[in-house]
Design a protein around this ligand. Structure first.
Ligand code: PXL
Length: 275
């Protein structure tokens, strides 16, 4: 049985079901050894809670990496998400470039914006730094907002296939080889993911659940990484992760008190069975 060692770099939001509290259980449940590098520690995530604490761990990164190098530690997969600062993006780029095994898979979820807007702690300098990270990724997992910030293409709420093709071409020019673009829907009832690989574009469409939920990007990226490292193709992993994310939203939508994340744990077995 394949047993891969994955490093995931993203924040710990102590409460809020996102980032490491989602990635670690999902990747472990998929059967991978999961190592973590926390980018920051927050009391909660920043989408809907006010007064959250934020401890930036940027300055710890070089010594952690140096220790791993001294120990000869390498990773079969490196998956990055929400990072702590523009300076940190430089350190993470070095980790992507140097800490993988010869055939390591590197997955970057830009995780800095949604619905046309940057998340609260980020600014233009952070976006510029993220542009330098893209060429170090084998697979980029942006939503449409992030793809627009990374390419300068105008953000649109309503669009057609030509617009999506333009975004993918612009991302490719920016150095992204394979792209899984999330949240692409052409009708009110459906949404889906577009996979851009070797110049080919494939679309997996599935039902759109009216209620948008926080943390679904992290659930999606973690399930995608877990499935890919289990030997699924990029398109198969994109599809499995989409189906799992829909299940997580369905499992949460009837509980108004659970506005801050999705109840992904009770349906994890469905993801594992499909992998
Ligand atoms: O789910 C993305 C995410 C991760 N981490 C933190 C966030 C968000 C989205 O807002 O605030 C801290």
């Amino acid at each position: 049985m394949e047993y891969k060692r994955i490093l995931t770099i993203q924040d710990i939001s102590c409460v809020g079901q996102c980032s490491l509290t989602v990635a670690l259980p999902i990747l472990s449940a998929c059967g991978h050894e999961t190592c973590v590098l926390p980018s920051a520690v927050l009391s909660t995530h920043t989408a809907g809670f006010s007064g959250f604490t934020f401890r930036d761990l940027t300055d710890d990164m070089p010594s952690i990496q140096a220790h791993w190098s001294k120990e000869g530690i390498q990773f079969d997969g490196i998956y990055t998400g929400y990072l702590g600062s523009a300076k940190q993006v430089g350190y993470v780029k070095d980790i992507l470039d140097t800490m993988g095994t010869a055939d390591a898979v590197k997955i970057v979820d830009p995780a800095f914006a949604d619905n046309g807007k940057l998340y609260p702690i980020f600014d233009g300098a952070y976006v510029e730094a993220m542009k330098t990270l893209c060429p170090s990724a084998d697979i980029l997992l942006p939503n449409i907002t992030e793809a627009c910030f990374l390419t300068g293409v105008e953000y649109k709420e309503a669009y057609d296939e030509n617009y999506i093709r333009k975004l993918l071409t612009a991302l490719h020019k920016a150095g992204c080889s394979t792209v899984v673009l999330t949240g692409v829907g052409y009708t009110p009832e459906k949404t889906g993911v577009v996979v851009y690989e070797n110049g080919d574009i494939r679309y997996y469409e599935h039902k759109r659940i009216a209620k948008g939920c926080h943390g679904t990007g992290d659930v999606y990226a973690s399930a995608f990484t877990g499935a890919l490292l289990k030997g699924k193709t990029v398109f198969e992993a994109a599809k499995l992760a989409a189906d799992y994310t829909v299940l997580c939203i369905e499992n949460t939508q009837d509980d108004p008190d659970h506005w801050y994340g999705v109840k992904f744990e009770p349906v994890l077995s469905k993801l594992i069975n499909n992998i």
